[in-house]
Ligand binder design. Structure first.
Ligand SMILES: Nc1ncnc2c1ncn2[C@@H]1O[C@H](COP(=O)(O)OP(=O)(O)OP(=O)(O)O)[C@@H](O)[C@H]1O
Ligand SMILES: [Mg+2]
Length: 453
């Protein structure tokens, strides 16, 4: 399908009628993004067809939820990045005035260039942070795809709003105790309603178990591939010096000049380190043995537990899911993952000692929740390497269900040779042999996780 055809189809589905000239401009914008992406990292998605659905249509999907008159309204897009949703909205509503607020110099330069090349006269680019901008004229509405939390969004931009006007956060998850945030948004459309419009907040999942060899990496790599196959935008962070998730994703750890080590130590931006996996359809932040040294070096640095969180925060709006593959320890690296994550996925091998060590892990989660990350919760326990013919496997599995109820994923990952051999080809098993029982289990798990998201 051509990008043009995909746009036509999507607009029909959204029941949005736009003139042919606007549709041409929208496609021209995608092409411009694709061109600039070759030299600058503007968006994680680089394929024009995917950009149509996940950038253009995703942005335009909020139009029915922005109760502004088609004539003369002022809209601000906070943290617009490469112009999303601001540019598609400005093109679709030529009578609005749209402010694109972006602090990244490179992205702001792109926005100015795009406005000129596409002949968009109803946008202004403000280079800087919304918090520090006090424009002469206020806005009727502020929108953003950049915030994970509604409260943070409202705090950053309420001063931009004229009284009785509205904030809309199509990507914002309601914060804990969302009522004050809603009130502060002055009757802005409920984010729950907006999320139904096909846009959702990035979910950060840490894959953790300090026991070795329980299937953390196998789960991280295959879940990343399965979610990507379902059209989700996925980033996998390898946080283990063994670099198994890196190799299993088809990236040679020995050739990775810049890795998560550089990100944690503040030597590189995450956006400059991540790489697109060839077959998996997801982005990867690689790791190798250099990371083993980070543990010691981090101790000396400020905010040593929240360095991954800070780095991820800058790219969160580009993904639906971020998965973090942790090392087999409860080290500072794992604490960084737990601080950055909203939820923890715990793979457990169905064997006699499965539950051993779980209390240490739960204690660590509680400690992180207390000091560093109050919203952290356990997403679920995943039973791995399950052998239905083995009575012990069955017993442990039942025990887990009895103890943890619906915190146990329904999906059981069987012991399956395809899962074990796929890493040596650098291809996730989900793609290596999609018909295998192991691959099917991870596709089912991805389904469960998307349902719960
Ligand atoms: N369901 C499965 N069936 C068969 N083999 C599996 C399965 N899951 C994982 N394996 C194999 O078991 C080994 C350990 O798995 P994996 O590397 O995913 O565990 P891990 O928890 O990440 O290990 P580590 O703690 O060392 O990081 C690997 O060789 C992997 O290929
Ligand atoms: Mg591993």
């Amino acid at each position: 399908m051509t990008p043009q055809a995909a746009l036509e189809r999507g607009l029909t589905e959204l029941a949005l009628a736009l003139p042919a000239s606007t549709r041409d401009q929208l496609i021209a914008y995608v092409m411009l993004l694709a061109k600039w992406n070759r030299s600058y990292n503007l968006t994680a998605i680089r394929d024009p067809l995917a950009m149509v659905s996940q950038h253009l249509l995703d942005s335009l999907a909020v139009l029915p939820h922005l109760p502004l008159p088609p004539q003369a309204a002022r809209l601000a897009d906070v943290g617009t990045g490469a112009g999303l949703p601001g540019i598609p909205l400005a093109l679709a509503r030529p009578h609005w005035h749209v402010a694109l607020i972006e602090s990244n110099q490179k992205k702001a330069a792109f926005l100015r260039q795009a406005a000129i090349e596409l002949g968009i006269s109803n946008v202004e680019v403000h280079e800087g942070r919304a918090e520090a901008w006090y424009p002469d004229r206020l806005f009727n509405m502020v929108t953003s795809r950049a915030f994970a939390e509604l409260a943070a969004f409202v705090a950053a931009c309420r001063h931009l709003l004229a009284s009785r006007d509205q904030a809309s956060a199509p990507r914002g998850a309601p914060a804990v105790g969302a009522a004050p945030a809603h009130a502060a948004a002055r009757g802005g459309a409920a984010p729950g309603a907006l999320r139904a419009a096909g846009v959702s907040a990035a979910q950060v999942l840490a894959v953790v178990n300090q026991k070795g060899g329980v299937g953390k990496t196998t789960t991280s790599v295959n879940l990343a591939a399965a979610l990507a196959q379902s059209g989700r935008r996925v980033l996998l962070v390898d946080l283990d010096p063994q670099g198994n998730a890196t190799m299993g994703s088809g990236v040679d750890k020995r050739n990775a000049a810049r890795t998560v080590y550089h990100v944690l130590l503040g030597l590189s931006e995450l956006a400059a380190v991540r790489t697109r996996t060839e077959r998996g359809g997801f982005d990867l932040v690689p790791a190798n043995r250099e990371l083993a040294g980070a543990e010691i070096e981090l101790v000396e640095l400020p905010a040593r537990e929240s360095r991954l969180k800070a780095a991820l925060g800058r790219v969160l709006d580009e993904y639906d899911f971020v998965l973090i593959d942790c090392p087999p320890s409860l080290s500072l690296l794992t604490v960084n993952a737990l601080t950055a994550a909203q939820r923890v996925l715990i793979p457990m091998q169905c064997e006699y000692y499965a539950l051993e060590g779980l209390s240490d892990l739960v204690a660590t989660i509680k400690r992180v929740r207390g000091h560093l990350n109050p919203q952290l919760e356990i997403a679920g326990l995943l039973r791995t390497m399950y052998d239905p013919r083995n009575t012990l496997s069955q017993q442990v599995s039942q025990q887990l269900e009895a103890h943890f109820g619906d915190k146990v994923y329904r999906t059981l990952v069987p012991r399956n040779v395809r899962l074990a051999e796929a890493p040596s080809y650098g291809v996730p098993a989900v793609l290596w042999d999609a018909s295998s029982k192991g691959a099917q289990a991870y596709v089912a798990l991805a389904g469960e996780i998307m349902d719960r998201a």
